[in-house]
Design a binder for this molecule. Structure first.
Ligand code: SF4
Length: 333
């Protein structure tokens, strides 16, 4: 089995092992699967973001034949990258992939961790987790629509999975009971594969499912009730300024003048007018929390504060990672 380290965790062995065994015997043969090639993993994950596997296969093969590695993709003209992307649509992905390759060849080495990958163009939480776990064995579970569907059904998690509390519960149960930490790449792929081929949104093939005897929804005739996707409640849209700067001890901090949000550092409101003058504007991004849709505008002091943050090993909040991502892209442009 690829991506497997020795040692089992008895408490998580049952469901995760069943799923892994099923995956080994039933996974679809895909060109990028079991290849131990981080470039192929990146290209396939970006192509699969909004496109079906069957549509991606021939285009992936044509693409990696022409652009064989990060270097050859980085050196190509954008127009040629777009040419080889034909058939997939959403050309923004091709642009981001191209930029990714250009940034990676300038780095000292290929990024390894989820926190490093998420700072590159077009790489979100899901893609960063998938690459870090498949190519570098980092123990980070992925959470996409497929995984959310199988988890809510297997564990009987009711409530709207787009809500923060329910999502946290799903994440916790997946990490504790479905994710096989000693084989993170295959484990993530086993969950995604089950969701894509067996635990389908409509008419799942429960009689072929390796977890049917342990599945709450199947055992309790609740399969069609889960996940409980509720009609979206309209949230207030607010604008928020975020500042990446160094404090008096020369430590990097994220500041915001909005006291309603729990950030690492609360900027006194009166500072904002002064701060805007000496900060660079890196752009904006959307960020959703329970009661608000936030339009976050990112300002940063200088390149050094970004580098200081990148060098920090400690875990970073999603809001901070998104802000850093914006500042990195702005600085690289
Ligand atoms: S038994 Fe059915 S509902 Fe439960 S995880 Fe398997 S396919 Fe999904």
């Amino acid at each position: 089995m690829k991506n497997t380290k020795a040692g089992l965790k008895p408490e998580t062995e049952s469901k995760s092992r069943l799923l892994l065994n099923w995956y080994q015997n039933n996974k679809r043969p895909l060109p990028w699967r079991d290849q131990d090639n981080v470039y192929w993993t990146l290209v396939s994950e970006i192509m699969l973001q909004q496109t079906r596997v069957e549509a991606v296969k021939p285009i992936f093969l044509r693409f990696i034949k022409r652009f064989t590695d990060f270097e050859s993709l980085a050196m190509a003209e954008e127009s040629e990258v777009f040419f080889y992307w034909q058939g997939l649509g959403y050309y923004r992905r091709a642009k981001n992939l191209h930029q990714c390759a250009r940034q990676i060849v300038k780095m000292a080495g290929v990024p390894k961790t989820k926190d490093q990958w998420i700072l590159l163009p077009g790489i979100g939480d899901y893609t960063a987790s998938a690459i870090a776990s498949i190519a570098f064995l980092e123990s980070v579970p992925v959470l996409d629509g497929n995984v959310i569907r199988i988890a809510t059904r297997i564990f009987g998690i009711f409530g709207d999975p787009t809500l923060t509390g329910i999502r946290k519960e799903i994440k916790k149960r997946v990490f504790e009971d479905l994710f096989y930490k000693d084989s993170p790449g295959d484990s993530n792929q086993s969950m995604m594969e089950l969701g894509a081929t067996v635990c389908l949104p409509k008419n799942p093939l429960c009689d072929q499912c390796p977890l049917n005897s342990l599945c709450f929804a199947y055992q309790n005739q609740k399969v069609s009730d889960l996940p409980e996707l509720k009609t979206r409640v309209k949230k207030d849209l607010i604008s928020l300024s975020l500042y990446l700067f160094r404090d008096k001890d020369n430590k990097p901090v994220l500041g915001t003048p909005w006291r309603g949000y729990q950030s690492d550092y609360i900027f006194p409101v009166w500072v904002e007018g002064e701060a805007v003058k000496k900060y660079r504007y890196a752009g904006y991004f959307r960020h959703n929390i329970t009661n608000y849709n936030i339009m976050a505008h990112v300002y940063f002091e200088d390149l050094e504060v970004i580098e200081q943050y990148q060098a920090l090993a400690e875990p970073k909040s999603t809001l901070l990672l998104k802000a850093l991502h914006k500042a990195v892209i702005y600085s690289a442009a």
